[in-house]
Write a protein that binds this ligand. Structure first.
Ligand SMILES: NC(=O)c1ccc[n+]([C@@H]2O[C@H](COP(=O)([O-])OP(=O)(O)OC[C@H]3O[C@@H](n4cnc5c(N)ncnc54)[C@H](O)[C@@H]3O)[C@@H](O)[C@H]2O)c1
Length: 257
């Protein structure tokens, strides 16, 4: 099925953001890839433009921890594509030694990206409607004593998602909020997670729960994006339990959206 969306994806130069962007392009969407890593982002832009067409994707340097920088990149994406109707707040780090930076990227960056998306997309203020996907983590649902600050950012993001999704005015805004919560996944961020005080204990947990292949997380992401009504949904993806869904307002998890 063709996905007629125009997406703004943060942290898209590598890892999950790159994989989400490629999956969206593969489905026919247009994507503005953004990342703090300019060189990597530009290389990816050139590779993806060759594969999908110049008009289908662009790269913008963007540091999500700077509200000014984020707004500038978002506005540039709107100018280039005409509009955005899918915002994917994916950029994140796992650096327990730098709490402030991590809060600014993982939480503040995602909140600022969500707010920009809503401001632009809301139908009651002239926008075309759309979806905001926040990439949190299972560490935003289950406490992990080894990475408490990372957990705080992701619990915060899940709380933000749930609060935004319960806004009764969302219907007239034509905006939906979905949340993706992967468990350990095979990307570079895992190296950061091992730089904690008890790395052997982290390794033990990883061994116990396993590591998701990136493709499985992409599958969960696409199911959320392609759902006609994902508002308030949380999708978890883990090596142990696969893809699980929690619908808005429900405490139950199921294997169907
Ligand atoms: N891989 C996992 O095990 C896992 C599990 C749960 C959730 N997540 C979440 O998935 C998201 C993507 O992470 P990943 O696994 O692909 O890791 P990754 O390290 O491969 O990718 C993260 C990307 O974010 C970018 N980034 C970092 N700081 C930035 C900033 N200030 N502004 C813009 N971009 C910035 C990096 O340059 C990088 O491209 C993160 O939010 C992460 O917390 C990952």
């Amino acid at each position: 099925m063709l996905l007629q969306r125009t997406a703004f994806v943060t942290g898209a130069a590598q890892g999950l953001g790159k994989a989400f962007s490629e999956a969206l392009l593969e489905k026919g969407a247009r994507v503005c890839l953004t990342d703090i890593q300019t060189q990597k982002g530009l290389l990816l832009e050139s590779e993806l433009q060759k594969k999908y067409g110049k008009d289908k994707c662009m790269f913008m340097q963007c540091d999500v921890s700077s509200a000014t920088n984020l707004r500038k990149s978002f506005n540039a994406a709107v100018s280039q594509f005409g509009h955005i109707d899918l915002v994917v707040n994916n950029a994140g780090i796992g650096d327990e030694s730098n709490m402030e930076k991590m809060i600014n990227i993982n939480l503040m960056g995602a909140i600022a990206g969500s707010a920009l998306g809503v401001e632009h997309m809301r139908k009651d203020k002239g926008g075309k409607g759309g979806v905001v996907i926040n990439v949190a983590s299972t560490a935003g649902l289950i406490p992990v004593y080894l990475i408490p600050s990372y957990c705080a950012t992701k619990f915060g993001l899940v709380g933000y998602h749930r609060s935004c999704a319960s806004n009764p005015h969302l219907k007239e805004m034509g905006v939906q909020f979905g949340c993706l919560c992967p468990a350990f996944t095979d990307t570079d961020i895992l190296k950061d997670v091992l730089k904690v005080e008890y790395p052997e204990e982290v390794k033990g947990i990883i061994q116990q729960v396993g590591i998701n292949p990136v493709e499985r997380v992409v599958q969960g992401f696409l199911q959320l994006v392609e759902s006609p009504n994902c508002n308030g949904d949380i999708v978890t993806v883990s090596a142990q339990d696969g893809i699980q869904y929690q619908k808005k307002g429900s405490n139950k998890w199921s294997s169907h959206l």
